[in-house]
Design a protein. Structure first.
Length: 57
């Protein structure tokens, strides 16, 4: 069974802020590798939903 995965706009903003912070500290290439790893794992959550954590309400 597949699930629909949505990235909340706030999560997207936080990933962008994380990238900006990391890019200042370790450089853009490493920052991109770290942050994109988070974003690229999201499609797998539709196949393995238990791999993603539910945010508290």
């Amino acid at each position: 069974m597949r699930y629909r995965v949505l990235l909340h706009p706030e999560a997207e903003r936080e990933l962008n802020a994380l990238y900006d912070d990391l890019a200042d500290r370790v450089g853009p290439a490493i920052a991109w590798r770290l942050v994109s790893g988070i974003g690229f794992s999201a499609p797998n959550w539709q196949i393995f939903p238990s791999a993603a954590r539910n945010a508290p309400n």
